[in-house]
Write a protein that binds this ligand. Sequence first.
Ligand SMILES: Cc1ncc(COP(=O)(O)O)c(C=O)c1O
Length: 364
Amino acid sequence: MDMPIGRVRPSIQGLAAYRPGKGAAQAEREHGITNAIKLASNENPYAPLPAVTAAIQAAANGVNRYGDHRASALRAALAERVGVDVEQVAVGCGSVGLLQQLCLTYVDGGDEVVFPWPSFEAYPICTEMMGGVPVRPPLVDHAFDMAAIADAVTERTKLVLLATPNNPTGTAITTKDIANLLTSIPNNIVVLIDEAYREFADPSLGDPVTDLLPEHRNLVITRTFSKAYGLAGLRVGYAISDAEIVRELDKILIPFAVNSLGQAGALAALDAFDEIKPKLDGIIGERDRMVAALTDDGWKLPPAEANFVYIPTGERTDDLYLDLERAGVVTRPFSGDGIRVTVGSEEENDRFLKSFLAPPLNET
Ligand SMILES: Cc1ncc(COP(=O)(O)O)c(C=O)c1O
């Protein structure tokens, strides 16, 4: 028998690779169509503002040098914006990079990581990468079952991962819900509040940085420039937490993971938030328009608090997804459960609605 090439760790051998949303070009090739649109990865439909592009272009002249490993200027700007000490801010290669740093820092083989399910697909990957054991209290009516989450936490738990708004369902929890949960979680368990979609959510849900962090040193709140700020390709995320946790996370930040273009773009985007805000409001308005049209059509949707809409298509998911894709609208299917569609531009959303709400060919 041939000798295996290297000896892969068993936890990696059994892992399925992260699956990104399908691109428009791939759908065009697969179905022999043109003009496909991608509403599959919860991206922002708008190109960066000219000021942001200019900052990135200016930084491009310096890419013969490494950037600032710690992204000090960006950390300082974020600390000021959020209202915490700079020692409480970590940066990472997207917020998913910080999730990986968290798992590397806290999860050993056999340790349990609790996260409601379905949720962000990187959670089981990062857990299992470490040989950790995912514990997945199921959602009820597409929303978190807070009592089930509390029950799932035991002395074997190292991390609790809560995406709010949740991907793929778009449902969110309040800081009051989180505060109740935290009463039964000791400080030696770290709780991640993953707010990748925070800026699209109802502000009355609360802000964990101000509502919870002062009382709960075991909280890590991650946010990102990928969604509301429209810089997904630059890979810049950040975490707000206790300085002690930030120090641990920083030990395993891949050198220069937040590259110089990312730092420049993120700083410029932070500066330009007043200009970005109306676009954000436009996306929220479009989301609400999509929800209204789908609801009028008879769909019962979970509350949509992010930049996507989750349609509980149940057993029809695969067929409806394929119909959409053949019509050039690429969404994200969750087989047997639902379709997640990202809010795009007005024109893209019209196209989605027209394709989705049209009666299937075999019923006309
Ligand atoms: C819930 C959630 N968290 C984190 C991320 C990762 O975002 P990024 O690594 O681009 O910051 C995503 C991306 O889709 C997400 O859905």
